[in-house]
Ligand binder design. Structure first.
Ligand code: ATP
Ligand code: MG
Length: 561
């Protein structure tokens, strides 16, 4: 119960975002229209039931004039009904669209704000953020709307048709309530199990898809290890789990459906059995028997609304939980709370002009479980080039991530230029989708250089041949077609175009020969960019004028060279 309560509370806080947000007037506008149409449809249904009754009675009594009069009235109700019923789905769809539009943009803004997408992707509590953003947002909006409208519709239908039923025979009302209570009780027992199974199904499907995506991303590495068999086995095992759970879902659905079909069939018979004696005794006409049948069905439909919506509620619960936790974690990234006694985030400032100052720095891993280094302090001035060396795994890349502001957990203070003046170059550069121009001008801050300037830069780093080969407009899977050294040279050009005050290079020239490497460092030095770099090859040291050596065990030393 507690977890159900929790799910409802979390789903509600998610729903509130849109309905009380900055576009609430659009939301309430569409909703008012949907509700007005719903009320209209219910009034129409009552009208239809009376028109139907009148037609049947005039037929039974062979009143031909009366019949034609009634059939025209019957047809006219349908004319009013066409736009009302026909447009209802469209108006509902527009509300769904407005909601999904707002919620997706709201979450995307938080996801891409302040590198949160980077932090959340290394958070084990959030699997498949892409699924949450694409599928769950749409599902939650759609299901909350569909279920709420079904509840409102049922309440309206219940009030209208219970009155009709009461007017024909109060016994029918009592039977309808008992019948609905019995059906609901049985179906909830089946349905409860289905909620858990559905939740599991979503998770297993997502794991299966994620494994395939992971293999696609790392296809070259897997092929080079001849690892296809192993991956095939792993993926097949995940698919086996999907099927096995799905089989359970199907079995429970089969039981639920069997019960439901029987339940629905008897809805037709029960009111006939109860009203036939009234008809035979002459208390009601044949139209009333028919009207009692449809009204009984509608009242039961309304009373069994929870059962009818059970599968939707189950799917909604799963999606709402996933989306709510995603949203909560994004919010927590915004205002991370921690023990006030303990500093939990590395303080950041801009006191070092265009250089870097690190004071008494402790760096923790993002999950805060491991301390990677402690008490590091150094300062470099604008235009200095710092070389960081140390054995593998000692925490060099982590220190660079902390300086770049990508890792924030720890203590101490780091002063660096403003975020837009800092550029981090990892060992494997990111090659965005697009043409050669897009590779060079990524991430596209400021005025882009002309093609002539870009070609000139390409020639500077021995990539002129590539311009001749691909031109500036051809789209390629660059990460797979360019060698790692070529990608590293492109990443350097990107840096020259962005012209940051501080460049952070994590083995950013590891795949280059000494001549190409020297050329890149010369270009950076000539532009006066402050550099902090990590490299394993000692030859790189000569391009730097400061060195920080980190030893195993956490000892460190800083010196000028
Ligand atoms: N996201 C993470 N979560 C937890 N631990 C991590 C994470 N990333 C790295 N580590 C751990 O932190 C330690 C330091 O890693 P780091 O990548 O900084 O080493 P490095 O000095 O750059 O090594 P190399 O020279 O091999 O690149 C390693 O033991 C690594 O396993
Ligand atoms: Mg490293």
């Amino acid at each position: 119960m507690n977890t159900h309560g929790n799910t409802i509370k979390r789903a509600f806080s998610l729903v509130k975002l849109f309905w009380l947000g900055d576009r609430k007037w659009v939301a309430w506008g569409w909703l008012s229209l949907v509700l007005a149409m719903l009320v209209g449809i219910n009034i129409l249904n009552v009208q239809i039931s009376y028109a139907e009754r009148a037609v049947l009675t005039s037929l039974q009594e062979k009143e031909s004039l009366e019949f034609w009069h009634n059939i025209i009235k019957y047809a006219l109700t349908f004319v009013v009904g066409i736009p009302l019923v026909g447009l209802f789905g469209w108006v509902k769809g527009k509300l769904h669209m407005a909601w999904r539009d707002w919620l997706t943009r709201h979450l995307l803004a938080k996801y891409y704000d302040n590198d949160h997408f980077h932090k959340i992707n290394s958070d084990p509590r959030v699997d498949n953020p892409d699924q949450r953003l694409q599928q769950d947002v749409s599902l939650v909006c759609d299901k909350v709307m569909t279920i709420s409208l079904a509840l409102i519709d049922s309440a309206l239908a219940f009030c209208a048709f219970i009155t009709i039923l009461w007017l024909i025979s109060p016994t029918l009302v009592g039977v309808a309530v008992c019948y609905a209570a019995f059906g609901t009780f049985i179906m909830l027992r089946f349905g409860k199990r289905l909620i858990g199974l559905n939740f599991e199904q979503e998770k297993l499907e997502a794991d299966f898809r994620r494994n395939l995506m992971y293999n696609r991303e790392h296809a070259t590495s897997i092929a080079s290890y001849r690892g296809a068999d192993r991956e095939h086995k792993g993926v097949s095992e995940r698919f086996r789990l999907v099927l096995s759970n799905w089989n359970n879902v199907l079995s429970w659905q089969r039981n639920l459906t069997l019960f439901r079909v029987g339940y629905d069939y008897f809805i037709i018979v029960v009111p006939m059995v109860l009203t036939a004696p009234l008809f035979f005794s002459g208390a009601v006409d044949v139209g009333a028997v028919f009207q009692a049948g449809t009204s009984f069905g509608r009242v039961l439909g309304a009373l069994s609304v929870f059962v009818g919506q059970f599968m939707l509620i189950a799917e909604l619960a799963a999606s709402a939980q996933r989306l709510a936790s995603f949203n909560e974690i994004l919010d927590r990234l915004h205002d991370r709370s921690c023990d006030p006694e303990e500093q939990c985030e590395i303080e950041r400032g801009r006191d070092a002009a265009d250089g870097v100052e690190v004071r008494d720095l402790t760096v923790l891993t993002p999950d805060r479980k491991r301390r990677l280094m402690e008490g590091i302090s150094f300062r470099i001035e604008s235009g200095d080039r710092l070389f960081i060396s140390g054995p593998s795994g000692v925490g060099k890349s982590s220190l660079l991530k902390a300086v770049a502001g990508l890792w924030t957990q720890g203590r101490g203070r780091i002063d660096v230029p403003a975020a837009q003046d800092v550029l981090f170059l990892p060992q494997t550069p990111y090659m965005p989708l697009g043409n050669l121009r897009d590779q060079l001008t990524y991430p596209g801050r400021g005025e882009p250089p002309s093609d002539e300037e870009l070609i000139e830069l390409m020639r500077l780093v021995n990539l002129g041949e590539h311009v001749d080969r691909y031109g500036m407009d051809e789209v390629h899977p660059w990460a797979d077609t360019l060698s790692l050294g070529e990608q590293q040279r492109i990443a350097f050009l990107r840096m020259l175009i962005v012209a940051p005050k501080l460049a952070i290079l994590d083995e950013a020239t590891s795949n280059l020969d000494a001549e190409n490497e020297a050329r890149l460092y010369d270009l950076v030095t000539a532009r006066g960019i402050t550099v902090v770099s990590v490299a394993h090859r000692p030859a790189v040291l000569k391009h730097h004028n400061r060195v920080l050596e980190i030893k195993q065990g956490g000892e460190w030393s800083f010196a000028a060279v």
